[in-house]
Write a new protein. Structure first.
Lengths: 425, 169, 105
């Protein structure tokens, strides 16, 4: 038993990701952790999306299933698993079966290189950002196959539109990413890096997040990526291909039950994946605010209290809502459930105050907080913006974002060259 | 980065690639062939990773599997008619084709067996962590001219493809 | 048995040769134009594999760079080839290579 604890402790002090160290056991453990975390995140996103959209539309959202609808995602999952599995008559069986599999594969494999911390990643590939962009472009294949295999008009048109949109906005995304990667090469040796952990470490070494670098060039590149990533994941306001009033759910019309839930899972995972790219490239990844400027013991202590305080805030909100529940005997069990959930969150918050835990969890917390901000933005866009028509969408991708991306790239390169050669040689 | 279980992974990916290749040339439905080709290309990207060429692997995934195969799938969807699936799949000179391929295989075997002694003993070259940086410095230094010509070639290909596929020129 | 477990450059070359043969068989025996084009992609991939294997053996990066150029070439060729296929299909309504016989006497 002590050997196991010693083994775990000896690993916790390492300074490499398990993939780089060649440690297959810990790599598997990290894969399980990332998979579990992603599933919890998708479930939470489902609930949050319905509640936040509802509150933006001055209504309440799901309130019945659990206290404040907290058990709604579980009810949805059970419903989807129990639904009948329909396949259209003339559909190509094998391709119909394999299409959601490919989309889920592409959406989940990108998390192999996402850096939750300097050593908290499954592996750190030399080509991290290239790998993420490439594998997330494999989901286009799954969508095209899903539309074609359904053997029906609406899915086919929806798949063609969806894939054309995704391919167009990948170009703009790539240009924005290139201009961010270019900023990593502004160090003493003059070599940049494509590795995700290296990009965050370059931001730490240069002392500013890339979104603020060469103001406003970093901001414009971030803006281009933020718009392109919403179009890439087929979310509002670019969701013409899957909107109910336009194409009766587009490429996943003929999918029911478990297969549809795979598409849905892949969509939320892809959202989290591209948000991770944006956070890593522009917003400093796992770095807390002001890591270099405010770097003495008291500021470190203050910032290390944030994870625990956040969870205690959540617990306080749960308790407040539990107190405000109607005092009716039929609501008793919901009140107890909500109070119990609040107690669990409070315990997690108290656990996060322990220095040993807080030290390891710091980086993951800041990363998750920034990605959560992006998720909120996604839901906000869905609740606020009207939908783009398809030709307006393609026009914006090719005629607006692409020239802007090229311009930002050329300007960034010029300013970087000036800085390296003339201002600070 | 220490290599782990190299023979197992090599034989696994080699089997996937060869099986995918066989499926590409024997399926009736072109969409199934395209799927098998995607599997082959992804397995080949893994083999590139085993050969310590991560940049080529990334380019293979983005360009080949994520670009060229999407193009193929679009065109298959445009021209695939049910009549072509029910027709005879192999043309009338398939016997001669097979004999030619076997002869080519025999040539390969003889060349490799004769030349096996020329290959140096497989020394593990230095495992580098900056493959991308080295490729970049060579691509923009020594191979700058082919790089520019390649971009010109792509421009010509774009114009050619657009002109060929237009309804009215 | 020992030589089978120790993966040398020859293993990769044999794999490349196998893929090349499969591509050649596909080009020579199939009637569907799209599948012939896909077999040509198999051939190009086999050549790429050889290039990268030799680049690993000799330690330089020239093979990898040439492989990158080849992938770019394959993209251009696939685009033009498929454009020709679409133009031909619009005229003849078939994707059968044996029917491309307008110059036959």
């Amino acid at each position: 038993m002590t050997e196991i604890i010693q083994y775990i402790q000896s690993y916790l002090g390492s300074d490499q990701t398990p993939g780089v160290a060649g440690n297959m056991f810990w790599a598997l453990v990290y894969i399980m952790l990332v998979f579990a975390g992603l599933s919890v995140a998708v479930i939470a996103m489902n609930w949050l999306e319905r509640k936040i959209l509802a509150h933006m539309q001055v209504r309440l959202g799901p309130m019945r299933v659990g206290p404040h609808g907290l058990l709604q995602p579980i009810a949805d999952a059970i419903k989807l698993l129990l639904k009948e599995d329909i396949m259209p008559a003339e559909a190509d069986g094998f391709v119909f079966w394999v299409a959601p599999f490919i989309v889920v594969l592409a959406a989940f494999t990108v998390f192999v290189v996402v850096p939750f911390g300097p050593t908290h990643a499954i592996t750190d590939m030399n080509i991290g950002i290239l790998f993420m962009l490439g594998v997330s472009s494999l989901s286009v294949l799954g969508i095209v196959m899903a539309g074609w295999a359904s053997n029906s008009h609406y899915p086919l048109i929806g798949a063609l539109r969806s894939s054309a949109q995704m391919v167009s906005y990948e170009v703009a995304m790539g240009l924005a990413v290139v201009s961010a990667v270019l900023m990593t090469s502004l160090n003493a040796e003059g070599t940049g890096t494509l590795s995700m952990i290296g990009i965050v470490q370059a931001q730490q070494a240069q002392g500013e997040w890339f979104i603020f670098k060469f103001f406003p060039l970093g901001l414009i590149a971030f803006f281009i990526f933020a718009v392109a990533m919403v179009a890439e994941t087929n979310r509002a306001p670019f969701d013409l291909a899957e909107a109910e009033s336009e194409l009766t759910a587009g490429f996943h019309t003929e999918y029911s039950g478990f297969r549809w839930s795979l598409f849905f899972l892949a969509e939320y995972s892809a959202m989290i994946a591209v948000s991770s790219i944006a956070v890593t490239l522009w917003l400093g990844g796992w770095l807390r605010p002001f890591p270099n400027l405010l770097h003495n013991a008291t500021w470190d202590l203050v910032f290390s209290l944030f994870p625990g305080v956040t969870f205690l805030l959540f617990a306080a909100m749960c308790f407040y809502n539990a107190v405000r529940m109607p005092k009716h005997p039929l609501f008793r069990i919901q009140t107890i459930g909500l109070a119990g959930f609040g107690a669990v969150l409070g315990l997690i918050g108290l656990l996060l105050f322990v220095p040993a835990v807080s030290l390891r969890v710091q980086d993951v917390f800041w990363f998750a907080a920034k990605v959560a901000g992006f998720m909120y933005l996604y839901i906000w866009y869905r609740g606020t913006f009207p939908r783009y028509r398809f030709d307006q969408l393609m026009q914006m991708g090719w005629k607006v974002l692409l020239p802007m991306g090229l311009g930002v790239l050329i300007l960034t390169a010029s300013v970087a060259l000036l800085q390296q050669r003339i201002w600070h040689p | 980065m220490a290599p782990v279980a190299t023979p197992f992974f090599f034989y696994l990916f080699a089997a996937i690639m060869l099986l995918g290749g066989i499926l590409v040339i024997t399926r009736k439905n072109p969409v199934h062939s395209a799927l098998a080709l995607i599997v082959t290309l992804l397995a080949q990207a893994s083999v590139y990773l085993m050969l310590y060429a991560p940049f080529v692997a990334g380019v293979q995934i983005i360009l080949y599997a994520g670009g060229i195969m999407v193009l193929f799938l679009f065109v298959i969807m445009l021209v695939s008619i049910d009549r072509s699936i029910r027709e005879r799949q192999f043309n009338s000179q398939w016997v001669v084709g097979l004999i030619a391929a076997v002869a080519l295989g025999g040539l390969f075997i003889s060349v490799y067996m004769k030349g096996m002694s020329v290959f140096p003993e497989h020394a593990l070259s230095v495992i580098e962590n900056d493959n991308t940086q080295n490729v970049a410095s060579m691509l923009y230094g020594q191979y700058m001219f082919p790089f520019e010509i390649a971009s010109l070639l792509l421009l010509v290909a774009i114009i050619g493809a657009v002109v060929m596929a237009k309804k009215r020129i | 048995m020992e030589s089978l477990l120790h993966i040398t450059t020859l293993h990769y070359l044999v794999l490349g040769a196998g893929l090349f043969l499969l591509g050649v068989i596909g080009v020579l025996t199939r009637r569907n134009v799209v599948i012939v084009l896909m077999s040509i992609e198999l051939i190009l991939n086999a050549v790429n594999l050889n290039l990268v294997a030799f680049s690993r053996m000799w330690g330089g990066l020239h093979g990898q760079i040439f492989a990158i150029f080849l992938i770019t070439d394959a993209a251009a060729e696939a685009a033009v080839g498929l454009g020709i296929l679409i133009a031909f299909f619009r005229n003849k309504e078939t994707v059968n290579i044996d029917e491309v016989n307008l110059l036959k006497w």
